[in-house]
Design a protein around this ligand. Structure first.
Ligand code: PLP
Length: 404
């Protein structure tokens, strides 16, 4: 009786969503009503291990108590002032970001793509006002198979046709080169090039790790030609790859970095651009803004979320658990696996079959993950996951992939 009633609730909720919501997603049919750490619970009380972590927005684990406390305390004091007035949290977030990342300045926004848009505007204005590129002529180089979000300008330089079809016309001034090919960057740079935008590891493309030395080489090329190296660390950053930032693996420092997702531990949309004074100094009052950007609730949440990443050594955990997971997954004997690759606790399993049915089979075994493209399973559990829970989840993956 109980199971029947709750199943009816699920059907009703799915029907409501299908009837009244735009169909721009194709979610697994699991209806989550609460979560804690690496585990989520559906409306029928069934529990699942979360191997997606909201695309790395909950690196700190779901509903982390320290972030929850910061959020509820701040929500009771003041949530938003707008940037028309100052608030007592934004300066402290600026200081924390500076101390943790070493960048001179930050500019707070909300969603990831807004941080990317902000970085594009910064690069163009830096090009005109500092580098001396003629007005309206700045070029930005991007990589094939990139993912930087969903606004018109950003999908305009995507190589994924579905992201673009029907949404043109798009802004000009972007040039695409293959990811992982430093020589292609050298060839594509012109006197008008102001920036090179790149994900240190391509996430949505299927956890594509570039060849060793790639970032080091592109950093040198950018420096030589006075082009801003702009790393999109919205998914790869904040501990996911086994370092605070993925660019650290190559010992380089980009000129501009975008962060988002785990910057709030999943409580609230918070993003930011990090850069030097020379770059972010190009903005004057009125040039750019956001009603919610830098609001005190967002800042208090982000400060707590950053503190958890540092205090719980999540980057180190990612490194250790990631090495363990890669080793375990590479022992799976399955004719369906083409490649297992990753960096830290961020792993792509490329298959020679469609990944969606595998994800659905994993759901039945209590593990949630999501395919990326047709044939890659992306694994990105919260970085707080215990080794035992991780081992259990990996066993489920092995069982599904080893089944005939
Ligand atoms: C998720 C993501 C974005 C976009 O973030 P939103 O918050 O969805 O706008 C941009 N770049 C990368 C690398 C991402 O993974």
């Amino acid at each position: 009786m109980y199971a029947e009633q709750t199943a009816t609730v699920s059907v009703e909720l799915i029907e409501l969503e299908e009837q009244y919501g735009a169909h721009n997603y194709h979610p697994l049919n699991v209806i989550i009503e609460r979560a804690s750490g690496a585990w989520v619970y559906d409306v029928d009380g069934k529990q699942y291990l979360d191997f997606l972590a909201a695309y790395s927005a909950v690196n700190q684990g779901h509903c982390h108590p320290a972030i929850l406390k910061a959020m509820t305390e701040q929500a009771a004091r003041v949530t938003i002032t707008s940037r028309a007035f100052r608030n007592d949290q934004l300066p402290l977030l600026y200081r924390d970001l500076h101390e943790i990342t070493g960048f001179e300045m930050a500019l707070p926004m909300n969603s990831g793509v807004e941080a990317v848009e902000t970085s594009l505007k910064a690069a163009r204005k830096w090009g005109e006002t500092v580098k001396g590129v003629p007005a309206g002529q700045g070029e930005i180089i991007v990589c094939g198979n990139n993912f930087h979000g969903r606004t018109i300008s950003v999908v305009g330089f995507s190589s994924e046709q579905q992201y673009k079809t029907g949404f043109g016309p798009f802004p000009v001034g972007f040039r695409t080169i293959p990811f992982g090919d430093a020589a292609a960057l050298r060839d594509a740079i012109t006197p008008n090039t102001v920036g090179f935008l790149v994900e240190p590891v391509q996430g949505e493309a299927g956890i594509i790790v570039p060849p060793d030395g790639y970032l080091r080489e592109v950093a040198a090329i950018c420096r030589e030609h006075r082009v801003l190296l702009m790393c999109d660390e919205i998914q790869s950053g904040l501990g996911r790859t086994g370092a605070m930032f993925a660019f650290e693996h190559e010992g380089i420092r980009p000129d501009v970095v975008t962060i988002g997702k785990a910057l709030s531990g999943g409580f609230y949309p918070v993003s930011a651009v990090l850069a030097s004074k020379e770059v972010l100094g190009v903005f004057s009052p009125g040039d750019h803004g956001s009603t919610f950007g830098g609001n005190p609730l967002a800042c208090a949440v982000a400060r707590a979320a950053l503190r958890v990443i540092v205090d719980e050594k999540l980057a180190q955990r990612s490194k250790e658990l990631g090495a363990y997971a890669l080793e375990r997954l590479r022992k799976i004997s399955s004719t369906k696996i083409v490649e297992v690759r990753g960096k830290g606790l961020w792993i792509g399993i490329e298959l020679n079959v469609k990944a969606r049915p595998i994800c659905e089979a994993l759901q039945l075994r209590g593990v949630l993950c999501k395919e990326t493209h047709d044939n890659v399973i992306r694994l990105a559990p919260p970085l707080t996951i215990s080794r035992e829970d991780l081992a259990w989840g990996l066993d489920q993956i092995a069982a599904v992939l080893e089944a005939a």
